[in-house]
Ligand binder design. Structure first.
Ligand SMILES: [Cu+2]
Length: 255
């Protein structure tokens, strides 16, 4: 009886670990891993932004083909946009906001602990570096709704961050007081005091996550939910097996 139980537990554990651990290893730091990443862009809390957007990145080596679609941003105004990297790979919560010119709001610096520094500037033309093009306002998309599409070369650190699902798309430029333009209602920009904070504050944000291979090529839409169910089942088995082993050890200690 005991031997049978132990064998069954071992078998379950082997099945479970084989199913569960393989995808975890795949998600590791594999520099050869190309693929597609997706992000849903949501309004930054406290920004008064009600817009939305999506971002898609096809990554091949250090080449990133980027498509960003937005709507509901301030019209007739440039919107700086970047890959941010090297922090939590998350968008900041409302609790990250601090007072600027007396107004509780989230400027770019407030969000750094969550989305991290700039890894690439998603400009429309020319340089895409973090240093010289972060606020190249004449080379960013304009308007409330736009579609941005460009293939850029990212540096090794940014490529690695994308592969590790640590990169975040941030679109900047808000209209906090709703007067139809960037002004100094929130004081000067934390990035460049010559610009109003509204012009550089984060507006939309979305963490980039690797898409399942089946979802990209199409026609395999059912695979994702199937895999999720299998993973959940395997995880349950692993927990059950672990619990059984734990109970047996407890029993052994007591006797
Ligand atoms: Cu940015």
């Amino acid at each position: 009886m005991k031997k049978t139980t132990a064998t069954a537990i071992a078998a379950l554990a082997a099945i479970a670990s084989g199913t569960v651990l393989a995808p975890v290893a795949f998600a590791g730091d594999d520099t050869s891993r190309d693929g597609s990443l997706h992000a849903t862009l949501s309004p930054i809390p406290t920004s008064k932004v009600t817009g939305s957007g999506t971002a898609m990145v096809h990554l091949k080596g250090n080449q990133a083909t980027v498509t960003i679609k937005t709507r509901g941003l301030l019209a007739n105004a440039p919107h700086a946009q970047h890959f941010h990297i090297g922090a939590k790979g998350q968008c900041p919560p409302a609790s990250a906001a601090t007072k600027h010119n007396g107004q509780l709001s989230l400027n770019t610096t407030d969000g750094l602990p969550f989305y991290g520094k700039i890894g690439a500037s998603l400009t429309t033309t020319g340089d895409t570096g973090a240093d010289h093009s972060a606020l190249a306002v004449d080379r960013f998309p304009m308007g409330a709704s736009y579609t941005y599409h460009r293939t850029i070369t990212v540096d090794d650190e940014t490529a690695k961050s994308l592969r590790n699902e640590n990169a975040v798309v941030v679109v900047h430029g808000i209209d906090f007081n709703g007067n139809g333009k960037y002004d100094n209602v929130l004081g000067p920009s934390d990035l460049d005091p010559k610009l109003p904070s509204e012009a550089t504050n984060p507006a939309l944000c979305g963490p980039l996550k690797m898409a399942p291979a089946g979802a990209v090529s199409g026609g395999l839409g059912g695979t994702q939910s199937g895999d999720t169910t299998a993973l959940a089942a395997a995880g349950g088995l692993l927990l059950a097996a672990g619990g059984a082993v734990y109970l047996r050890r407890r029993t052994g200690r007591q006797s």
